[in-house]
Design a protein around this ligand. Structure first.
Ligand code: C5P
Length: 310
C-alpha cells in the first residue's frame, strides 16, 4: 500500500471528575487518584512527510485560540512525541507538524498532552509502525503524566502520577459548560502552592470515592455533581482569586457541579441539559468573568485518525 503523505489525528481534552492529590514523592511528583473524562473538544495534529530525515528543528505550525503562546521549538510536546517515537522505533523520516488548537492552552484540560498523544499516533500511522495502543501509552507516559489518557479517551481512573489508567464504566452523556481564562496557570506552580498550603499535614493515600464511581456508572449526573472534587482547586484559587467569581456564577445558575479542570484555570460546570447550558453560557458572558465559554459533552472518543491512512 502506498504511504500517505500526511495523517491527521484528533485527540480530546479532559475534565477531572475527581482529583485527589497525595504528598510530594521523592521524584518531585505527587501521588494522584483521579477520574478523567474525555470531552467533545479536541485538537487536530497533522504530521506530513517532508522527505529526508527528521530535521533539526522539526517545522511546527499552530493555528487556533492561543496559538501564539504555543512553543514552536523542542519544548513543544508534540515535537518531543515525534522524536521519542523516532528514537524508540528507529524510523526517523522527516515530518512537519501542524496543530489545530481548540483546547485552551495552559487551561488544565491537557491540551498539550492531547497534542503529544495525537502526534504519537499520527507518526505511528504515517511511518507504518503498527505499534500497539499499549506501546504508545507507555511512550506517552514518558512524555507527561496526562499524555496516556487522550489515547484512551472515555472515562478512566488515573493513579500514580496520573499516568496509570484503568478504564471505568460510564453511562449516558454529561453536558458541561467550560469557561476559559485569558491567562494560563502553570501546573508546577499550582502543585507548589498545594504543598505550601498543606505543609506539616499528614496526608492520606489519595483515593477515588466509590460513590462517585457508582454515580458515573449509573449515569446519575445529579449525584456526580454533588460528589465532584478537586484538591488542586484551593491552591489554584489562592494563586488566582478571580476564579472564585467564575465558580460563583455556577451557584447562581444552580449547576449540578462546578470545579476547576485539573490545575485550572478553566472552570467546568456540570449542567442538566442543553437548555440549562445556554443559561449558564449567558450568565458567564454577562458576568464578564471568562475569556471564552462553550458547551461540551462527555465522555468522548480517545485519539483517532480523522484523515490519512486509517
Ligand atoms: O507530568 P508532567 O510533566 O505533565 O507534569 C508537569 C508538572 O506538574 C511536574 O513537573 C510537577 O511539578 C507537577 N505534577 C506533580 N504531580 C503529578 C503530576 C504533575 O507534581 N502527579
Amino acid at each position: 500500500m502506498a504511504r500517505p503523505d500526511s495523517v491527521t489525528v484528533r485527540a480530546p481534552a479532559k475534565i477531572n471528575l475527581e482529583l485527589r492529590v497525595g504528598g510530594p514523592r521523592p521524584d518531585g511528583y505527587h501521588e494522584l487518584a483521579t477520574v478523567f473524562q474525555a470531552v467533545s473538544l479536541a485538537d487536530d495534529v497533522t504530521v506530513s512527510s517532508i522527505g529526508g530525515r527528521l530535521d533539526d528543528p522539526v517545522p511546527v505550525t499552530v493555528e487556533g485560540p492561543g496559538a501564539e503562546t504555543v512553543p514552536r521549538d523542542e519544548a513543544n510536546l508534540a515535537v518531543r512525541a515525534v522524536r521519542l517515537l523516532a528514537d524508540r522505533t528507529g524510523v526517523d523520516d522527516g515530518v512537519a507538524v501542524h496543530i489545530r488548537k481548540r483546547i485552551p492552552v495552559a487551561g488544565g484540560m491537557a491540551g498539550g498532552s492531547a497534542d503529544a498523544a495525537a502526534a504519537l499516533l499520527a507518526c505511528d500511522v504515517l511511518w507504518h509502525n503498527g505499534s500497539t495502543r499499549n506501546a504508545l501509552r507507555e511512550l506517552a507516559a514518558e512524555l507527561g503524566s496526562d499524555v496516556p489518557f487522550p489515547l484512551l479517551g472515555g472515562t478512566a481512573i488515573g493513579t500514580g502520577r496520573g499516568e496509570q489508567l484503568t478504564p471505568a464504566i460510564s453511562r449516558g452523556s454529561y453536558t458541561w459548560v467550560v469557561a476559559t481564562s485569558g491567562q494560563g496557570l502553570s501546573t508546577p506552580s499550582v502543585f507548589a502552592e498545594i504543598d505550601r498550603l498543606r505543609a506539616g499535614r499528614v496526608l492520606p493515600q489519595p483515593r477515588i470515592s466509590e460513590r462517585l464511581m457508582h454515580a458515573v456508572g449509573g449515569g446519575n449526573a445529579e449525584a456526580l455533581g454533588h460528589l465532584m472534587a478537586n484538591d488542586l482547586q484551593p491552591a489554584a484559587c489562592s494563586l488566582r482569586p478571580d476564579l472564585l467569581q467564575t465558580l460563583e456564577v455556577g451557584e447562581e445558575c444552580s449547576v449540578l457541579g462546578a470545579q476547576l479542570c485539573g490545575s485550572g484555570p478553566t472552570v467546568a460546570f456540570l449542567v442538566r441539559d442543553g437548555e440549562h447550558a445556554l443559561d449558564v453560557v449567558a450568565a458567564v458572558q454577562a458576568a464578564g468573568v471568562a475569556e471564552g465559554v462553550f458547551t461540551v459533552t462527555g465522555p468522548a472518543h480517545g485519539a483517532r485518525v480523522v484523515e490519512g491512512l486509517r
